[in-house]
Write a protein that binds this ligand. Structure first.
Ligand code: SAM
Length: 264
């Protein structure tokens, strides 16, 4: 990294940990399969470590960066296909910003500011952007929670929430040594690929069932769902050879969907 980079003081409050490991930056870029006819939205480009490399794909790129102190670094990357919008991503109007761009597939990528990882993902889902894939650097613990399987201690309501929209995959781990300043936690790259076979259900009702089921981690499903008609739920549990004392963390999406359909 050059002289200017070393002079830049990272703002902890904005989750600024800059990637400095070239191999990792290339590996992240390689996992983004966008081509020149696609649009890539990058969240939090910082000094442009990843932006610089993904520009080689020839795609249109729109970056959202909250910190205008990054301008001297990002200005150098601007051209007719690369644009930076200085705003809080959570207050951005992405639909309006991309409406005049012609593209085949939409990718959203970024080494996310960890203090708002889940709000950013929920915000993007709420926009219904028709995104093909999202590739994000997140805290490793969060990547494990997002991609866990039933029965593991990381499995929870957020896992099922994301699973409803995406095929979620933890791609690889990233050591804290790959950043400057070095963060306290380890990181990982996750891929969220939009599902084409999403169940046709009332999302709000399904997510309420999921949230209620995981309300108290130690409690059984029966205790957490004491406001529901449990006889109907019992019927489904029996079908899957599960006892009444089962906990939500042991149930797959398929079982939750069966419960949802039974109580509907
Ligand atoms: N992509 C760069 C890299 O890998 O070196 C920087 C990643 S750093 C972990 C997170 C970036 O997100 C910072 O540049 C920070 O200023 C930016 N950021 C933080 N909060 C943001 C927000 N609400 N909206 C947009 N960008 C934000």
């Amino acid at each position: 990294m050059g002289k200017i980079t070393r002079l830049m003081k990272a703002k902890k409050s904005l989750g600024q940990n800059f990637l400095i490991d070239k191999n990792i930056i290339n590996k992240i870029a390689d996992s983004i399969t966008a081509t020149k006819d696609d649009l890539i939205i990058e969240i939090g480009p910082g000094m442009g470590a990843l932006t610089k490399i993904i520009k080689n794909k020839g795609s249109n790129i729109i970056c959202y960066e909250i910190d205008t102190d990054m301008k001297p670094y990002l200005n150098a990357l601007l051209d007719d296909k690369t644009k930076v919008i200085y705003t809080d991503i959570l207050l951005s109007d992405i639909k309006k910003d991309i409406k005049d761009i012609k593209y085949n597939n939409l990718y959203i990528v970024g080494n996310l500011p960890y203090y708002i990882t889940t709000p950013i993902i929920k915000f993007l889902i709420s926009l219904k952007l028709n995104v093909k894939e999202m590739i994000f650097m997140v805290q490793e613990e969060v990547a494990d929670r997002f991609s866990s399987l039933p029965g593991s201690k990381e499995y929870g309501s957020i896992t099922l929430y994301l699973k409803y929209y995406f095929n979620v995959e933890k791609l690889f781990k990233v050591s804290k040594k790959c950043f400057n300043p070095v963060p306290k936690v380890e990181s990982a790259i996750i891929k969220l690929e939009t599902r084409t076979n999403r169940p046709e259900i009332d999302e709000d009702k399904y997510f309420k069932l999921i949230n209620d089921s995981f309300k108290m981690k130690r409690k059984t499903l029966r205790n957490n769902l004491n406001n529901y008609d449990f006889d109907k739920i019992k019927k489904i549990l029996e079908k899957y050879n599960l006892s009444e004392t089962v906990r939500a963390e042991e149930l797959s999406e398929e079982i939750f969907l069966s419960i949802y359909n039974e109580i509907e």
